[in-house]
Design a protein around this ligand. Structure first.
Ligand SMILES: Cc1cc2nc3c(=O)[nH]c(=O)nc-3n(C[C@H](O)[C@H](O)[C@H](O)COP(=O)(O)OP(=O)(O)OC[C@H]3O[C@@H](n4cnc5c(N)ncnc54)[C@H](O)[C@@H]3O)c2cc1C
Ligand code: FES
Length: 275
């Protein structure tokens, strides 16, 4: 889980022809697609992403980046939210559809040996890059607590996966249809202050990640965040995915998408994505 960046710098991302094995609707506008992608599945580390050429034609010249939610055997799973043409096309893909994918890309989560209890914080589709992390940590014997928030009960995607591997899963919804009513940051305020965690890994809307980063900083707990940026090349060449950090501008596609939260200059960060 610690050498993902090193792999990228050694030029390991693969171009693979992948095939849709299943495409399940989870909630309105949210789906889970399973792809047969043996080479990417074998190489991926939690927090990395694939760049999909969703279809042919002018609208699809640019690949779309998606976190790998899980990898098992020859298959990878992607959780997606329908936003525009690419994700609409993805939602309509049936079994057997072929695409090509570049990956695994980027620098994922880094949890050092010896860390014994990690808090994962997921806001909405922020669960996407945290699924495999929860599984891998549990396999390593690391205790995992998950705090997850979503607008409504049906949007608590990946709740079953987390409940299957985590020591504890706490839930909030904006409308109170499951768990505590309110934002997940209400929950993390209490959980982090209780002082049980040696590390926090957060993904979700950028304002949420920013608050979690501040809570972690106040408690002196190391925190990593996964940041989304508009991406073009996905391999570090075009500079369209810049993140402002204390060490200057970094590229989300190769230096991230996972960053040390203390490194991020939040005031300069871009407008957050809509999910
Ligand atoms: C590293 C990374 C991992 C991601 N993982 C996931 C994931 O696991 N599941 C998922 O559903 N989405 C994920 N995204 C966002 C996903 O790439 C975009 O939602 C997708 O590219 C939109 O394509 P589209 O053709 O449907 O939308 P477009 O028609 O291209 O755009 C529709 C709207 O989405 C916004 N948008 C487009 N690209 C992005 C982007 N990269 N980030 C934020 N907003 C964007 C546009 O500004 C516009 O408002 C990830 C993005 C990054 C950078
Ligand atoms: S997307 Fe081109 S440099 Fe990151």
């Amino acid at each position: 889980m610690s050498d993902a960046c090193q792999d990228i710098s050694q030029g390991h991302p693969l171009l693979e022809h992948v095939e849709v094995l299943g495409n399940e609707r989870l909630a309105k506008g949210v789906g889970l697609v399973t792809l047969k992608a043996p080479r990417i599945a074998a190489a991926v580390e939690p927090g990395q992403f694939v760049h999909l050429r969703i279809a042919q034609g002018r609208d699809f010249i640019l690949r779309r980046p998606f976190s790998i939610h899980r990898a098992e055997g020859d298959d990878v799973e992607i959780l997606y939210q329908v936003l525009g043409r690419g994700t609409r096309e993805l939602a309509g893909m049936g079994t057997g559809t072929a695409m090509d994918a570049v990956g695994p890309l980027g620098c994922g989560w880094r949890v050092a040996d010896g860390v014994s209890h990690v808090l994962l914080v997921s806001g909405g589709l922020g669960a996407a890059p945290l699924g495999m992390l929860a599984e891998r940590l549990a396999e390593r014997g690391v205790a995992v607590t998950v705090a997850m928030g979503a607008p409504t009960d049906d949007r608590l995607v990946a709740r079953e996966l987390f409940e299957g591997v985590a020591r504890r899963v706490e839930v909030t919804t904006d409308d109170g249809s499951a768990g505590m009513r309110g934002f997940v940051t209400l929950l993390t305020q209490e959980l982090i202050a209780a002082g049980e965690f040696e590390q926090i890994c957060a993904c979700g809307p950028e304002p949420m990640q920013r608050i979690v980063a501040a809570q972690a900083d106040a408690a002196g707990v190391p925190c990593q965040v996964s940041l989304e940026r508009l991406m073009a090349c996905g391999i570090g060449a075009c500079l369209s995915c810049v993140v402002s950090t204390r060490e200057g501008h970094k590229r989300a596609c190769v230096d991230g998408p996972v960053f040390d939260a203390r490194e991020v200059v939040w005031d300069a960060s871009e407008v957050p994505p809509k999910h």
